[in-house]
Each structure stands twice: as structure tokens, then as C-alpha cells.
Design a binder for this molecule. Structure first.
Ligand SMILES: [Ca+2]
Length: 243
């Protein structure tokens, strides 16, 4: 049976050429890092923001349908109970979606200042985080004034950060991006909503998992189809390969 190897070898070569754009609906994960280093103005709605825009072309996203988004965020200094942060995606059609990452961590009816820890060190936001809600992180770990670390669920309370407490309903999770085309503009906005203390929005990383663009799948299928047609033509002229 030499027929299959002879058919499959060129097919495998085609597949390896197209390794960056796998055939079929295989999931891919991309990391998009952005250095920022902007001061988050104390007690100001102006805040600090960073936008990554993905258009068609090299270096942009290949994710056509998102299955999961996570974010890694670094903030130095300030007070964590002052911070409000969201991730916004505006797709190529102009539709905007928001996930609320931070909304005055630790702020409750009996602690209106929130937590006084200073910043986030490589904190990962993931809806699936076992640590739970970042709003109440001190019920799990206490950084004792230092930066928070670890993987946490986003705050998800889409309420006014001037008055937000743990009592608000959580609704704005990262799952809001599920099913979206990853192209368009991704903005991470951070603001400080209480006087005293000031921090720096250092950097962020956007991790997108999803299914590649159908265009890359269609091209791969077209190449394999052309290969099969070529082999059938050869067999028609020469007969199948002798074993
Ligand atoms: Ca402040």
C-alpha cells in the first residue's frame, strides 16, 4: 500500500507550510503584550488607557471566534481600593463590549476606603479563577500592604466606581467577549477614584483563545482539494502506483 504515503507526504508538506494557520477548527491562543508606563492620576476620572488595534495583516490576530479572554495586569503603587479598570473591545462593525476587571477592591458598606495594598503584580484576570472574586481578595490572601499577585475572577460589577461596593450584582465578565471576532480595538482603562496615593499603569497582556479565521481554513481545504484532483488525474493517465 504505497498509495497512502504518496498521497499523504505532499499533504503533510502543505500542512506544515500552513502551520501558523491550522486546518480545521483547532483552537489557537495568542498573547498581545503592551507596555504602558502611565501615571494613573489620583482621584480623577481621566485615568490612563492603552489600546491595541488588530486589523488584517501580519502581527495581528488570527482569531475569528473567541472562546476565552484573560488579561494580565501590572500596576505599581497607590491603593487597590481606589482603582477601577475595564477591558473594552470594539469590533470592526463598531460594537463595543466591556468587562469590569477592578471596581474598588475591598470596598464594602463597612469599609468605604477598600483595601490599602499597593498595586497588582502580574495579576491574571480569568473568569475561571479558583481564587474567586478579586473584589474580596483579602478573604483569600492578605498582601499586607504589598502588591497583589495571583489569578482572580474580574470584579464584574458594572456600577459607578464612586459608590461601588461588594453588594452590587456581578455581570460584566470576560465571557462577554465569547464568540466575537478578535479584530478591532482592545482598550484597557484604569482610573483612581479616591484621594490619596497614586500609582502607575505599567503594562498589560491580552491572551485570546479561539478559532482561526475561516479564510485560512478555506485556503487549506482548497490546496488539499487541488492535490487530490492532481493525483486522480495522474492515476487516470498512468494508473495507480505499482506496489
Ligand atoms: Ca488615590
Amino acid at each position: 500500500m504505497k498509495l497512502f504515503p504518496r498521497l499523504l507526504a505532499p499533504a503533510a508538506a502543505l500542512l506544515s507550510l500552513g502551520a501558523a494557520a491550522p486546518l480545521g477548527a483547532q483552537s489557537i491562543t495568542e498573547n498581545h503584550f503592551q507596555a504602558v508606563n502611565l501615571t494613573i492620576a489620583d482621584n480623577s476620572i481621566i485615568g490612563a488607557s492603552s489600546t491595541q488595534t488588530f486589523g488584517p495583516g501580519i502581527g495581528d490576530t488570527a482569531v475569528f471566534s473567541i472562546t476565552q479572554v484573560t488579561v494580565t495586569l501590572n500596576i505599581t503603587g497607590g491603593f487597590n481600593g481606589d482603582y477601577y479598570a475595564y477591558l473594552q473591545h470594539t469590533d470592526p462593525s463598531g460594537n463595543s463590549t466591556i468587562a469590569i476587571l477592578l471596581n474598588r477592591s475591598g470596598r464594602t458598606s463597612t469599609n468605604l476606603d477598600g483595601y490599602l495594598d499597593a498595586g497588582l503584580s502580574n495579576v491574571v484576570f480569568s473568569d475561571a479563577a479558583a481564587n474567586g472574586d478579586i473584589h474580596l481578595y483579602q478573604s483569600v490572601v492578605n498582601p499586607s500592604g504589598a502588591a497583589l499577585t495571583g489569578t482572580w475572577q474580574p470584579d464584574a460589577r458594572a456600577v459607578n466606581p464612586a459608590t461601588a461596593t461588594d453588594a452590587a450584582t456581578r455581570s460584566a465578565f470576560l465571557s462577554a467577549f465569547t464568540g466575537a471576532d478578535a479584530h478591532g480595538a482592545w482598550t484597557l482603562f484604569v482610573a483612581d477614584f479616591a484621594a490619596g496615593g497614586q500609582g502607575i499603569f505599567v503594562d498589560w497582556n491580552l491572551t485570546i483563545t479561539g478559532v482561526p479565521e475561516p479564510g485560512t481554513v478555506a485556503v487549506g481545504a482548497l490546496l488539499l482539494g487541488a492535490l487530490a484532483w492532481h493525483q486522480r488525474r495522474r492515476f487516470a493517465r498512468q494508473g495507480p502506483p505499482k506496489s
